[in-house]
Design a protein around this ligand. Sequence first.
Ligand code: GLU
Length: 291
Amino acid sequence: MITPRQYRGRFAPSPTGPLHFGSLVTALASYLEAKSHNGQWLIRIEDLDPLREPPEATGQILNTLDAHGLFPDEPVVFQSRRHSVYQAATEQLLSNGFAYRCTCSRKQLEAHRGKHPLRCREHSRKYFDQPFAIRFALRDEVCHWQDQLLGPQTHIVRAEIDDPVILRKEGFFAYQLAVEVDDIEQGITDVVRGSDLLDMTAQQLQVYRALGATPPRWLHIPVIVNEHGQKLSKQNHAPALDNLNPVQNLFSALVALNQQPPQFLLSGSLEDLLEWGRIHWNRGAVHLTSR
Ligand code: GLU
């Protein structure tokens, strides 16, 4: 008899700033999904882009998760320490024809509406003497997939025009490679994340297949917006969470997830609140509309 794989979820922030309320909502949703399935919940720091990451952000994020009682079941994984794994995956994709070298500048691509004037996909080997990025070679596809919250999704994937960079010219590996490599290696069965990443999913399905792996299930949580309708993010100056008020913060996160927590939780402990959340977690109640 085949036993279903045990649920393994994760929260995978990019440390571009301290954790704000919107990321806490996503972290809590992924935690409660995992725990309500008797699963494991992991934390992975996606620190691939030192130019966008203040050095203190990783410590701040981990402290805040700690202060909110969101402890991972395994040691935290840092993408910055895994370059050799991404290097190996990139070489595998290159040698199997799923990736190619690209010397085009952003300007050139914009001028040609995403088409590569130097036809990089066909001539990947020619321009070794110039700085190049490596891109994943998508295939044209109308992709249908099922979101655990939002239901059936359809996305048109365009070969060449949408081909994501997996290794940047500056030598940094990119999110669009590392996220699948790590989810595969960590045995992640279920990804819960913000719906700002919904449109990435169809491309990521192709990367999973190219790496010979089974994709996880996805559940996209509507992103939390501020009073101006903008996504809460560092760019929009979302305030950092106050680590001294974890119960209030988590209570508000449960409200944002439309879980209807009872008021008495506000005067109880962090552990009681998380336990209430686990027992009563109802993913179907999450509002679908704030995207
Ligand atoms: N690191 C990504 C972010 O912070 C999330 C990755 C994912 O959950 O797939 O936006």
